[in-house]
Write a protein of this length. Structure first.
Length: 91
């Protein structure tokens, strides 16, 4: 009694087809396929993007950790010269 016979699965399939109709089921399968294709293409784009970023070291600029103090006379950038002010709620 633990397994279902082929007749059980045929009745279940018939009930599902009657409830949803064959058009809805094929539409759902098409949407699922489009979603999978979109996911795969986005994963490939991310891999290409990551590979191009790793190959171009000039695009990666070294940054100084927040809260670090530079040596006297060292050049500072505009972002280091003016600390960011905390956001204030509108009155």
């Amino acid at each position: 009694m633990g397994t279902f016979s082929i007749w059980h699965w045929l009745v279940v399939l018939l009930v599902v087809l009657l409830l949803f109709g064959s058009g809805k089921i094929s539409g759902l399968m098409g949407d699922l396929a489009k979603g999978i294709k979109s996911f795969k293409s986005n994963m490939k784009e991310d891999e290409v993007k990551d590979a191009s970023m790793a190959a171009d070291p000039a695009s990666q600029t070294p940054t100084q950790p927040a809260g670090s103090i530079s040596a006297p006379g060292a050049q500072t950038t505009a972002s280091q010269a003016q600390p960011a002010s905390p956001s204030r709620p509108a009155a």
